[in-house]
Write a protein that binds this ligand. Structure first.
Ligand code: MG
Length: 377
């Protein structure tokens, strides 16, 4: 078992998590093989990746000439047909949703970095995994931390403590936040990530998504999931058990670690590129409660969780639309929350939604968020 080469399919290979996943493949060349690569429009990098990793299947939204011997398929076909021990979903937004469903329908193990799809359709994805014998593994650092803390435990969990760095604008007054530029928001103090997740980390919307993600991954009610500000991003999350004991997972902020944990689980691997913590240089680890007035996007996300039904899908779509507009300098940073709030306020939810209801709500919310941005609602 230990010497078997693991086959990986990577959806979203040119994004931040995708590139870091391929770094890991380079380190563990004799233990990992890439059988499928999929990307959006970054064709220049994609073609380099395809030449280097020689997958059997490739998928790219843009038109491009693939080297001989590589079959072009859709992302859904790749997720369901490729020979894979793990399908890594490193896409952003909703793109990865249907491919993830296809992989789970085939009973595959799916490692998810793309949290929006769990937020939009966590219930459906879990049902598919259970029914067809597949598994959903976390890549998000907080959820990887919780997963690691839960190893060997079968006692009740009394609380999950999700840590949040607070982003680059912690403590800034609203007046100053209105003038925040995209490049300021993209300058995260502790993590290097993709653009959408970096803006979501600055608004703390990301942490709201992570609460929903934790609820589905670990089967815990929302009342047992708390968010605390921990500026240093060294403790990636904590689990409190019924006897009051708390376990935490610590490491430097580096996504290579949770990615390789998901790939090789339950084995831990030595990666010489991951720096250990130097405690002689670390002077303090701090914790603060969240001030929800400073983070309206987080507050809105937590409200959408309580409402359930199609609200989480609308939440994700409104945020995705608003963040794209902010990155194009079309709206102010503070308008992201206003647009999400207006869109949620206009929604007529569908209870026990199926995939069609979720996708319809998503499309509706994108349109509504654009109208909100144009001040038409
Ligand atoms: Mg995270």
């Amino acid at each position: 078992m230990q010497n078997k080469v693991k086959k990986l399919v990577l959806l979203g290979s040119t994004g931040s998590i995708g590139r870091q996943t391929l770094d890991i493949v380079r380190v563990f060349k004799d233990k990992l093989q890439v059988t499928g690569l999929a990307c959006g429009n970054n064709t220049e990098l994609f073609i380099q990746q395809v030449k280097e990793f020689k997958p059997q299947l490739a998928c790219c939204a843009a038109d491009l000439q693939l080297p001989a011997g590589i079959t072009r398929v859709s992302m859904q076909e790749m997720a369901s047909q490729a020979d894979a021990d793990v399908v890594i979903v490193a896409t952003t937004g909703k793109v990865g949703l249907q491919p993830t469903m296809s992989a789970l329908l085939e009973g595959k193990t799916v490692a998810i970095a793309n949290k929006e799809i769990l937020v939009m359709a966590g219930d459906l994805l879990k049902q598919l995994a259970t029914r067809h014998g597949g598994a959903i593994l976390p890549i998000d650092s907080e959820h990887s931390a919780i997963w690691q803390c839960l190893q060997g435990e079968d006692s009740d969990v009394s609380r999950l403590l999700l840590t949040a760095s607070g982003g680059p604008f912690i403590g800034w007054p609203v007046k100053k936040l209105r003038r925040v530029t995209a490049s300021q928001a993209l300058n995260h103090p502790t993590w290097k990530m993709g653009k959408k997740v970096t803006v979501d980390s600055a608004t703390l919307f990301n942490k709201g998504l992570e609460v929903i993600e934790a609820h589905w991954l670990f089967d815990l009610p929302y009342e047992k999931i708390e968010v605390i500000i921990h500026r240093q991003s060294i403790i990636h999350s904590m689990v409190e058990f019924k006897d009051g004991s708390i376990k935490a997972q610590l490491s430097i902020p580096d996504m290579h670690l949770p990615i390789q944990y998901a790939i090789f689980y339950p084995q831990r691997m030595v990666n010489p590129n991951i720096r250990p913590i130097d405690f002689s240089r670390m002077h303090n680890l701090t914790f603060e409660p969240v001030n929800y007035v400073d983070y309206p996007c987080l507050k809105l996300a937590l409200e959408a969780i309580k409402l359930g039904d199609t609200y989480p899908a609308v939440l994700c779509a409104a945020d995705e639309t608003a963040v794209n507009l902010f990155l194009k300098n079309s709206i102010a940073f503070t308008e992201i929350a206003t647009i999400i709030e207006k869109t949620l306020g206009m929604h007529s939810p569908v209870s026990n939604p199926g995939i069609e209801d979720i996708l319809l709500s998503d499309g509706w919310a994108c349109d509504m968020a654009l109208k909100a941005a144009r001040k038409e609602i």
